[in-house]
Design a protein around this ligand. Structure first.
Ligand code: NAD
Length: 170
């Protein structure tokens, strides 16, 4: 029997409960899950504070309970959108379906003839990387919005302090 694989790409800055809800859906539809860490080269900026390695640790911790075989693959960005799908395919195991709500990602994979699904957004205002980073900067509570292993990684690397330091003005 042929194995089916679903690809989910995101920046995961940080990985949160909305991402987890989508991956729970994919785990019910595909035999194996591929998580592509977009903008893998980026870190230590206000919008991309965490390294690819830190995001890998977050996602491995969060996905352990899904009981599905999964791959987590860093994908550095390319300056050329027109060849990005080939770049992604060259770095990942074969897959049948791409899951995304990012307009550019949907457009590029659709143009390449791939099957794309747009999973429902889960409480988008609350479960959003931008909103969670803002809470961190304000010193407000954010840990309830991410799976527990993600909060542990952020604590381990001093993520909140890092974000505050890189967002300081001169
Ligand atoms: P993201 O972490 O913001 O989101 C990942 C996915 O989760 C998206 O599909 C988003 O719609 C979904 N999501 C977010 N909140 C959700 C919620 N509450 N409930 C359900 N789903 C939710 O990452 P992103 O910005 O979509 O990542 C796309 C990546 O692809 C980026 O790293 C981008 O640079 C990369 N990319 C690169 C190129 C290139 O290099 N040329 C081209 C296209 C895309």
């Amino acid at each position: 029997m042929q194995v089916t694989r679903g690809l989910y790409i995101g920046r995961f800055q940080p990985y949160h409960g909305g991402h987890q809800a989508v991956l729970e859906q994919i785990s019910r539809e595909a035999d194996e899950i591929i998580v592509g860490i977009g903008s893998a080269h980026a870190s230590h900026t206000p919008t991309d504070p965490f390294t690819a390695g830190e995001r890998i640790a977050m996602i491995y911790g969060a996905l352990r309970k899904l009981r599905r075989w999964f791959y987590v693959i860093p994908l550095p960005d390319l300056n050329r959108n027109a060849v990005w799908v080939s770049h992604v395919k060259s770095m990942t195991p074969p897959f049948e379906t791409v899951y995304s709500n990012n307009h550019l990602v949907v457009e590029l994979f659709t143009e390449a003839g791939m099957h794309v699904k747009r999973p429902p957004l889960y409480q988008r205002d609350t479960y959003s990387g931008t909103a969670i980073r803002k809470l961190m900067l304000e010193g407000a509570e954010w840990k309830h919005l991410v799976p527990e292993p993600v909060a542990e990684v952020i604590d381990e690397v001093g993520g909140v302090n890092r974000l505050r330091n890189i967002c300081q003005s001169d």
